[in-house]
Each structure stands twice: as structure tokens, then as C-alpha cells.
Design a protein around this ligand. Structure first.
Ligand SMILES: Nc1nc2c(ncn2[C@@H]2O[C@H](COP(=O)(O)OP(=O)(O)OP(=O)(O)O)[C@@H](O)[C@H]2O)c(=O)[nH]1
Ligand SMILES: [Mg+2]
Length: 376
């Protein structure tokens, strides 16, 4: 395959020379089954990185440069990847930092994963032998680990360990699919958003553990406060969007409709029969549960919906059981607990808290039990 190793650079004159030399002399000779080239995506660095690359292009014919104005790391990579795919016929592109924090000798391991059929391979500093610099100040270590953990928790995606790193191999198809959406993420947030969208679209991701060494030459380009704000905003915003547009949003819409059925029937039963209040609500709730089941089955969880009469009834019985368990134990339980602790006065607050907990219970049960995905 045609593989292009792309390094985005801004003022990396000394580093880029070292990186290109290692790639040409130590890494590429070991790779027999791929055609290797280098592309430097430089943003007209004032220190003369571009001129340095042009000098090296005379020595090695597989070295290229793409220059542009400085719009951030992500913008430079998008420009570079576009160039690699359109002008160099790249089938696989790499991202690698110019400052040698990403050990270039690991490239064959990334390629092995690509050969095994993975679409995107990410360098992993956080598990399976990967590591961050031992000499980093404690605060920087904590920041690095916490930032990653934060992303994993909010996205509830624990299978990928390193979300923020920039040592990756990416198949052309992944880049072309995500390119248009990625243009909104020009800075370092590019790394998280790229991986996030690739996972969302079902691309196969592999990891290669590596030791992230400390920068020895030149200056860091990352602005930590800016970066933290971008990460928090991106991760939280896109997660909320995902939930609202995804299953959780549908689940809420279905539940909202069920709530109306419940409330209206409750009102009718209370006004027109002599039944006790609790029993009226219990009866009304069964109709709501029936509606919820059918809409969730046909819409929210349609990928896992019941496909024959037996599984329909089995799922419905499960649904009624978990829904009524939730109503009886969690929702009513919260109300009961509140009543015992703080008295009847705040009965609406207990109801709201109980209902909120019930929502989480129901959604989790529906997703993990009733309409759980069958493991392939
Ligand atoms: N073209 C381009 N490259 C950039 C830009 N910002 C950062 N880079 C490059 O992206 C790579 C990673 O940047 P670094 O400053 O090393 O970020 P870091 O590794 O998180 O920080 P350190 O550990 O301090 O090195 C380097 O090769 C930089 O030159 C940019 O705006 N444009
Ligand atoms: Mg660096």
C-alpha cells in the first residue's frame, strides 16, 4: 500500500531533520510490503522549517511538503491528508509529531495492524506498556491522565485508552468519510473529534502502546487552558447531542407520550370510578407501559427489536417486569424515603427525583437487558 507519514510542524527546524533522517535511514528500510513517503504539513514556520524540508527533499525523493497559513494543528493535518490522498495517492496516512515524542520505530507495528484489517490505529500511552514521560511534573502527568479519563467517561467508551494523542495511522476511507465534519475542529481537539467520529461510524480501531518521550528540542505549541476548555466543550456538547438525537432522545419522547397516557387515564379513572388513587395509577400506568413498549420496540431500539411473536412476548413481559419494578422500588421507594426523612411537605421533589432515577433505571434495563445487542 501507499503510505504517507505526515508530520504537522510549526517551528520544528531541528526536529524535522532528525525525524526525516530516522524515517529514511532506520524505519523505511525495515518495511518491505508498503511504499513509504513523508509529507511535512508546515504552516510557514518563521524558523525556516520549510527551507530545511526543501533541502531534505533534494536528498530523498519521497519527501514532500504542503505549506499554508497557521490555522492550528487540525487544520494542518486536514490540509496534509487531503494533499496526501489527492496528490500522492496515499491509501494510509500517519500522524506523527515532529519533535520525536512519537518513536518512529513503532511505525511497523501500526502497519501490521493496518495489514490485519484495522481502519485506524492509535498510539496508546496509557495502558499495555504505553507510558508518559517519567520526568514530567506531577501536575502535568495528572492533567494528561485525567483529560483522557474524562473523555472516556463522558463518551462511555473504555475500549480506546488514548483519546488525545497524535500518533496514528488512518486509512484513506476513514479520512474521506470524516473530513467534512472535521474542518470544524482546527486545533488539538482534532485528535479527539477524529477518533470519536471514526468510532461512531463503526470503523475498526486498534491500539499500539508506546512510550511518549519528552520533547528535547524546540518549544511546546499547546496552550493548556485553551485546550482544556475545548476538550470539555467538545466532549460534553457532542455527548448531549448524541444522547438527544440518539436512543436516549427517542426513549424520552416515547416516555413523554407514555406519561401523557398515564396522566390522562389516571384523571379519568379517579373522576369516574370509586377505585383507590394508587390502584387507579397502577392501572393507568399499565397502558402507558404498553405504549412505551411498542414504541420503544418499533423505534428506539428498532435494531434489536423483537422479530417473532415469541420474542415479542418475551420482551414485553421483561419490559413490564422491569418497568413495574422500577415504579415500585425506585420511584415509590424514593418517595417513601423522602417522606420518612423530611416529611410529606416536599412530595413533588421526591416524585421528581424518583422519576429521574426511574428514567435511568429504565433506560439502562432496556438497553442492557431487554433490547441488548447480541454479541457476535
Ligand atoms: N502545522 C502546524 N503544526 C502544529 C501546530 N501546532 C502544533 N503543531 C505541531 O504538532 C506537533 C505537536 O505539538 P507539540 O507542541 O509538540 O504538542 P505536545 O506534544 O502536546 O507538547 P509537548 O509535550 O510540550 O511537546 C508538533 O510537531 C508541532 O510542531 C500548528 O498550528 N500548525
Ligand atoms: Mg510535542
Amino acid at each position: 500500500m501507499k503510505v504517507v507519514i505526515i508530520s504537522a510542524t510549526y517551528n520544528e527546524k531541528g526536529n524535522i531533520e532528525r525525524l526525516i533522517t530516522i524515517l529514511e535511514e532506520e524505519v523505511f528500510p525495515k518495511i518491505k510490503n508498503h511504499e513509504m513517503s513523508i509529507l511535512v504539513a508546515d504552516d510557514n514556520s518563521p524558523d525556516g522549517t520549510g527551507e530545511e524540508v526543501r533541502k531534505l527533499m533534494k536528498k530523498w525523493k519521497n519527501v514532500y511538503i504542503s505549506t499554508g497559513s497557521k490555522k492550528g494543528l487540525g487544520a494542518a493535518y486536514i490540509r496534509g491528508m487531503t494533499y496526501a490522498v489527492e496528490k500522492m495517492d496515499a491509501e494510509v496516512v500517519f500522524e506523527i509529531d515532529a519533535d520525536l515524542q512519537h518513536d518512529p520505530l513503532k511505525i511497523p507495528e501500526f502497519l501490521k495492524k493496518i495489514d490485519e484489517g484495522y481502519d485506524m490505529v492509535v498510539g496508546n500511552r496509557y495502558s499495555d506498556g504505553g507510558s508518559i514521560p517519567h520526568n514530567w511534573p506531577l501536575l502535568r502527568k495528572i492533567f494528561s491522565i485525567v483529560a483522557n479519563l474524562f473523555v472516556k467517561i463522558v463518551f462511555t467508551k473504555f475500549s480506546v485508552h488514548d483519546w488525545t494523542g497524535g500518533y496514528r495511522a488512518i486509512k484513506k476511507e476513514v479520512f474521506l468519510k470524516e473530513k467534512d465534519e472535521l474542518t470544524n475542529y482546527k486545533g488539538y481537539i482534532f485528535q479527539i473529534s477524529f477518533l470519536h467520529k471514526a468510532i461512531r461510524d463503526g470503523f475498526k480501531i486498534a491500539e499500539v502502546p508506546f512510550h511518549f518521550s519528552d520533547r528535547t528540542l524546540g518549544n511546546s505549541k499547546i496552550a493548556p487552558i485553551d485546550y482544556i476548555l475545548n476538550v470539555v466543550a467538545y466532549v460534553i456538547f457532542s455527548r448531549i447531542k448524541e444522547l438527544i438525537l440518539g436512543k436516549f432522545g427517542k426513549f424520552l419522547a416515547v416516555g413523554g407520550f407514555g406519561f401523557i397516557i398515564n396522566a390522562v387515564l389516571y384523571e379519568i379513572l379517579v373522576r369516574s370510578t370509586m377505585l383507590p388513587l394508587a390502584l387507579s395509577n397502577l392501572i393507568a400506568a399499565q397502558f402507558a407501559i404498553f405504549s412505551n413498549f411498542n414504541f420503544n420496540n418499533a423505534w428506539t431500539f428498532k435494531d434489536q427489536k423483537a422479530n417473532n411473536i415469541f420474542s415479542y412476548f418475551r420482551k414485553m413481559i421483561g419490559f413490564f417486569t422491569t418497568s413495574n419494578t422500577g415504579v415500585a422500588l425506585i420511584q415509590s421507594g424514593t418517595i417513601q424515603l423522602g417522606d420518612m426523612l423530611y416529611g410529606e411537605k416536599y412530595y413533588r421533589i421526591y416524585f421528581l427525583i424518583g422519576t429521574f432515577l426511574l428514567l435511568i433505571w429504565n433506560f439502562t434495563m432496556y438497553r442492557k437487558v431487554i433490547w441488548r445487542k447480541n454479541k457476535k
